[in-house]
Design a binder for this molecule. Sequence first.
Ligand SMILES: Cc1cc2nc3c(=O)[nH]c(=O)nc-3n(C[C@H](O)[C@H](O)[C@H](O)COP(=O)(O)O)c2cc1C
Length: 122
Amino acid sequence: MIQIAIILGSTRPGRRVEDVARWVAEAAGRHPAVKAGETGLELVDIADYERPLLDEPAPAVIGAYQKAHTKRWAATTDRFDGFVFVTPEYNGAIPAALKNAIDYLYAEWNDKAPPANAKKPP
Ligand SMILES: Cc1cc2nc3c(=O)[nH]c(=O)nc-3n(C[C@H](O)[C@H](O)[C@H](O)COP(=O)(O)O)c2cc1C
């Protein structure tokens, strides 16, 4: 089963992103693959994963996470095959909290669902 995370990309008190993310989940829930139970959807709230500004000594691409908050966030994202980011625009960019959440990880974001024509490993 393919699992898709719908990521809430802002942490502001009174944020609108919750309503928008729920709308996205409702709309995506009408997709035939979701209705057939082939694809699952889950809301993932970056606000549920408290972490300071990036405080890992090694770049995420190395994958040598030291901090408990990084490991917890990595375990969540690694469960998913794809991501939908629901994000506002803050001063022409994504919110700093979302950028920080993304920058903590590397492998967990990449090479998730193989393309349909990908060769299966022997
Ligand atoms: C710090 C800040 C910066 C913003 N910058 C922009 C912007 O550059 N462009 C824009 O269209 N809206 C901007 N907005 C409006 C937000 O997109 C809008 O308030 C949205 O609801 C914010 O999402 P949130 O409610 O989930 O925090 C900004 C809002 C805030 C709080």
